[in-house]
Design a binder for this molecule. Structure first.
Ligand code: SF4
Length: 158
C-alpha cells in the first residue's frame, strides 16, 4: 500500500516522526509516495482550509486514475473536525468536508504511535476488527474504539 501524505500543519510532523523512527517499518506500506496515481491511502495531517481544500480534493481525484480502491485517513483533530480552529472563517470542519474519510486518528496531535496503530488496523482485517478499523478486503467494518489514541472508522473504503 502506498500512502500519499498531505502535510497541512503540525500533525504532519507526528507522521514524519512515525516514519523517521521506524514505527511503520513492520507494515507493508510505502509511507511517502510521490505519485497520487499510484497511491492507495491519502493521509491528511493538519488543517483543511478553504484555500487548500481544492488541492486536497484534486489529489484524491488523481488517486482514482488507477481504478484501485482508495482510502482516506484523517490524522489529528484538525483533519477530523477543524480542531482548535473549528470556528475560523478560513477553516473547514475537517477533511470529510471534501473527502470520503474512512478512518480518523484523534489527538492534537496524535502520537506517532497512533498512525502506526491505525494503519495496522487498516492493513490487517483481524487487527482491524480488534481495533475497530475498517476491513480493506471489502467486508463491513466494526464500530470504533473509545480509546483516545485509537483509530476510528467513519465508513467503508471506496
Ligand atoms: S490537530 Fe493540533 S497538532 Fe494537529 S495540526 Fe491541528 S493544531 Fe496542529
Amino acid at each position: 500500500m502506498r500512502i500519499l501524505h498531505v502535510p497541512l500543519a503540525c500533525c504532519a510532523l507526528e507522521y514524519l516522526a512515525a516514519v523517521d523512527t521506524g514505527l511503520l517499518r513492520e507494515l507493508p506500506v510505502e509511507p511517502l509516495a510521490q505519485d497520487p496515481a499510484s497511491a492507495d491511502i491519502l493521509l491528511v495531517s493538519g488543517t483543511v482550509t478553504r484555500a487548500n481544500a481544492p488541492t486536497v480534493r484534486a489529489l484524491y481525484d488523481a488517486m482514482g486514475a488507477s481504478g484501485r480502491p482508495r482510502h482516506v485517513v484523517a490524522f489529528g483533530a484538525c483533519a477530523i473536525s477543524g480542531g482548535p480552529y473549528w470556528d475560523s472563517y478560513a477553516v473547514l470542519p475537517g477533511a470529510a468536508s471534501v473527502l470520503p474519510v474512512d478512518l480518523v486518528v484523534p489527538g492534537c496531535p496524535p502520537p506517532p504511535e497512533g498512525i502506526a496503530e491505525a494503519l495496522a488496523g487498516l492493513l490487517d482485517p483481524a487487527a482491524g476488527d480488534a481495533a475497530g478499523a475498517p476491513d480493506l478486503t471489502g467486508s463491513t467494518g466494526s464500530t470504533g474504539s473509545s480509546d483516545r489514541m485509537s483509530a476510528s472508522p467513519v465508513g467503508s473504503g471506496r
